[in-house]
Design a protein around this ligand. Sequence first.
Ligand code: GLN
Length: 230
Amino acid sequence: GDAATTGKVYKIGTDTTFAPFEFQNDAGEFVGIDIDLLNAIAEDQGFEVELQSLGFNAAVQALEAGQVDGVIAGMSITPKRQEKFDFSDPYFDSGVVMGVKEDNEDIKSYEDLAGKKVAVKIGTEGQTFAESIKDEYGFTTVVFDDSNSMYLDVKSGNSVACFEDYPVMGYAISQGSGLKMVTEKEQGSSYGFAVNKGENAELLEMFNAGLANLKESGKYDEILNTYIQE
Ligand code: GLN
């Protein structure tokens, strides 16, 4: 950053737990692809961040209300959100997928959801997708604040399925969440760092410049490889 922005502290809202993008490690430290990228970008560009672990929907609302300067939370760049927010260059490709309990042999397609409950996370692309097909397939939704509660509702058998971003669902499955994926992923949006429309342009510029530098130096790949194995 230039002299005016160097050393400036920005408040950044994030999700509570959305591994491998943001979560607390065994030492209680916030880590993950989003967190490591943000910290590396801040270091590269000479600004400071004050991270606020708010939950996804709460972080987006805090941004709208001007309580934080930016949000990094595996936040999908959608045309609807672009009416309110300016996004950085995309830094990760995603898409929504359906998860069911590991030992569930009954739910194999959206047709099998008829008359059942499906868990979703408030304010997410997964919720938007589920709501868009629920009348067609005849299911109802149960809404949760965070991903873990959503998985637990499926594990407990209250909901028969949930909709989540596939890299996050994939990571949860690899960590023994007790779920499995049974459908192909839906076409999804890429993740971006968000600021309010027309505000914090210098922060967005620094994010993009830092991201480009990390891609160039190999640090971006190094961070991804720390959390995602091929
Ligand atoms: N990528 C999804 C969205 O933007 C979910 C983000 C999240 O749950 N942290 O809606």
